[in-house]
Write a protein that binds this ligand. Structure first.
Ligand SMILES: [Zn+2]
Length: 394
């Protein structure tokens, strides 16, 4: 496969384009971010935005919170630098890990914040995972739509117009461009562009209703709220990273020092180098595995690309990590198959339909990645509960 000469990302990466020197658009975006964005003006805009909302509602802002490094840093930063009063909103996708939960408790107590945590119906989650896997080769629809929709419903319920997210997507993809010199709004356009895979919650209801007993109201947490209600609220849904330069490594160091935030092992990743990425979800290894089968790269490539772009590692070292870690089966595969009631060959058949050429996956003979320290505590279903309860066998 063709790869970026600077960061190694392959041609199967979403939104990638190469210039005449073989350098990708995401690398070019990075040099724009460093050289041309007037961060001082942006910082001033951040102060004005916060003062405009301060003290007017029950909370100054809604802060969607996963407990990962980005949302934790965002919460820390806004309290530390602005003494803001947020309502922290957590959407529990059902796969939260021990270290993450401990981090969350510590962070909430140390910062002294109000928190709402919401966990949707697990049986429905499994049905949604299966449908999204079959249709798009991406089982995370329930989580991505829930994470981005649910806090907006809370914003409307509490009538709090300011919503603060963390990292801007320009850091990783070219869906939004730093060069547009526009602040990325986390709104319905963005939601439909790359959060919901082109499947709205009403679409999803129609897809599953014939074989799965379900009330349409159960899809509400995954439904983006009515745009009229949001406009009436005069909502502003923004990323902190649009206002201050986002440096993942520096941010992580700060939350480790200030909040005792701890990283974790993640399946398929080099644990020494990347212990702070995507520690939120026990199915992260599965997500990454599917990405590898579809596109021929995993999170290892993405992380080394970011480090190459920031000139933190050598190309040789990146190549070595990729060679050692990519293309392995996560131990969580067995749990995943139990949740959805699939055999491994049924799973492979589903994923094979979504492969992005020119990549051709080799489903056989892939070795397993190492088990994480908490693997044996991840949720296992009783034999009777495995798979999905269909109305009648399709
Ligand atoms: Zn590149």
């Amino acid at each position: 496969m063709k790869k970026c000469t600077a960061c190694n990302l392959p041609e199967t990466y979403e939104t990638i384009e190469f210039d005449e020197n073989g350098v990708c658009n995401i690398c070019r975006q990075k040099s724009f971010k460093d050289q041309k964005i007037d961060w001082e003006t942006r910082a001033q805009a951040l102060g004005e935005l916060i003062e405009k909302h301060r003290g007017k509602y029950e909370y100054d802002c809604i802060l969607p919170f996963s407990g990962g490094k980005d949302s934790t840093y965002t919460l820390w930063y806004l309290i530390k630098h602005f003494n803001i009063r947020p309502l922290v909103v957590q959407f529990n996708h059902g796969f939260m890990r021990d270290t993450l939960l401990e981090n969350n408790i510590r962070t909430f107590k140390k910062l002294g914040v109000d928190v709402i945590s919401f966990t949707p119906n697990w049986k429905l989650v499994k049905r949604l995972m299966l449908e999204a896997l079959i249709r798009k080769g991406d089982f995370c629809w329930h989580c991505h739509t829930g994470i981005f929709s649910y806090p907006m419903h809370i914003a409307i319920k509490y009538q709090v117009p300011l919503i603060f997210w963390g990292e801007p997507s320009s850091e990783y993809t070219a869906y939004y461009d730093y060069a547009d010199d526009e602040v990325e709004h986390v709104d319905e356009t963005r939601f439909n562009r790359f959060v919901n895979l082109g499947i709205t919650a009403p679409d999803m209801y129609n897809m599953i209703k014939d074989d799965y007993q379900c009330d349409p109201r159960e899809l509400t947490p995954y439904t983006y709220p009515n745009i009229r209600d949001l406009k009436k609220l005069k909502y502003q849904s923004v990323c902190l990273g649009s206002y201050i330069p986002w440096d993942v490594k520096a941010n992580t160091k700060i939350i480790q020092d200030e909040l005792g935030w701890r990283g974790d092992q993640v399946e398929g990743m080099p644990w020494q180098e990347y212990s702070y990425e995507k520690i939120e979800c026990s199915m992260q290894g599965m997500r990454d595995y599917i990405k590898y089968l579809k596109r021929g790269y995993s999170r290892v490539s993405q992380m080394t690309a970011l480090d190459l772009r920031n000139e933190r590692i050598s190309k040789e070292y990146a190549d070595q990590l990729i060679a050692n870690y990519e293309g392995k089966k996560p131990p969580s595969l067995s749990l995943f198959l139990e949740y959805l009631g699939l055999t491994e060959s049924e799973f492979n058949l589903i994923v094979a339909k979504t492969v992005v050429p020119p990549f051709e996956p080799d489903f056989k003979g892939m070795p397993y990645a190492d088990k994480t320290h908490d693997f044996n505590r991840w949720y296992r279903e009783d034999e009777n509960d495995r798979g999905i309860i269909f109305k009648s066998k399709p």
